[in-house]
Design a binder for this molecule. Structure first.
Ligand code: MN
Ligand code: MN
Ligand code: ZN
Length: 278
């Protein structure tokens, strides 16, 4: 939900749309710097959180951060930005901070993963007191992004000194575009099995529930309304009726707007998803 006009506004918007949990940005996602949070901002955020009861709140980290960059200056800037974001989250009481693992920029997955591991170790050391857990998000594999195989995330988690501080966010559009055909029982089982065996289910703290404009294995990261894309309702039925994930928060990142009747598209997508629960 948008935080235009103040972080606290996202809670009312979420409540209006019928949400139970919430995802926000805790700073402008396309800029490096942001003004420090004031006590006033924190107080109005916490009041809105209490009033609406939306929980958990998940933040999404800036798109500028690239822990896999071959450019040392950019990596350093990325670690500093991640520290700043997690400290904001900690102050607000945000449970999770979703992070794209990074893009290796033609240096290869192995080199990229090594850089991510080193950066996360440095981040964990610097932000030692932050209680917000960073969730590595699965990616569509567009460009040189790392994270289009569950195994990539497992290698990062297994590589860091404090793996207990990392979780996983599974984006349905991204895994589908990356080759996991969750619209079929076999493809869905392959994803669930890899999550169980490689990162453990305990670490899966959040789902991003989006349909996909791109075909399976297209590596295209373009979100579509639920049931209107290449995944289709069958894939979401698989996820929503899987008892292993009943208690895991699920967040829409589908396009905003209203339908022909003027109904908020978030409400439309939520209704479609809730109808699939058997
Ligand atoms: Mn994301
Ligand atoms: Mn996502
Ligand atoms: Zn995406």
């Amino acid at each position: 939900m948008s935080v235009a006009g103040g972080l606290e506004n996202a809670f009312a918007a979420g409540a209006r749309a019928g949400c139970e949990c919430l995802q926000i940005f805790v700073k402008n996602q396309r800029q490096w710097n942001a003004k420090p949070l004031t006590d006033e901002v924190v107080a109005s955020y916490q009041a809105a959180a209490r009033e609406t009861g939306l929980s958990p709140v998940v933040a999404h980290a800036s798109y500028l951060i690239n822990l896999a960059s071959p450019d040392a200056a950019l990596r350093k800037r990325s670690v500093a930005a991640l520290v700043d974001e997690v400290e904001r989250c900690h102050r607000l009481g945000v449970a999770y901070l979703v992070l794209h693992p990074g893009a290796h920029m033609r240096e290869g997955v192995d080199a990229g993963i090594r850089r991510i591991v080193r950066c996360l170790n440095e981040f964990h050391k610097t932000a030692a007191g932050a209680s917000t857990m960073v969730l590595l998000e699965t990616t569509a594999g567009q460009g040189s992004t790392i994270g289009h195989e569950v195994e990539h995330l497992a290698r990062i988690i297994d590589g860091v000194r404090q793996p207990e501080r990392l979780g996983v966010c599974v984006d349905t559009c991204h895994v589908f575009a990356a080759s996991y055909d969750i619209s079929t029982a076999e493809g869905y089982d392959r994803l669930a099995t890899e999550l169980t065996e490689m990162v453990t289910l305990e670490r899966v703290k959040c789902f991003h529930v989006n349909d996909s404009k791109g075909a399976c294995d297209s590596r295209i990261d373009r979100h579509e309304h639920i049931g209107k894309g290449k995944i289709g309702v069958a894939g979401f039925r698989n996820l929503l009726n899987d008892p292993r994930f009943t208690a895991v928060p699920k967040i829409l990142e589908t396009p905003k707007g209203v339908d022909g009747r003027g109904t908020d598209l978030d409400r439309v997508n939520l209704r479609r998803l809730r109808r699939l629960i058997e």
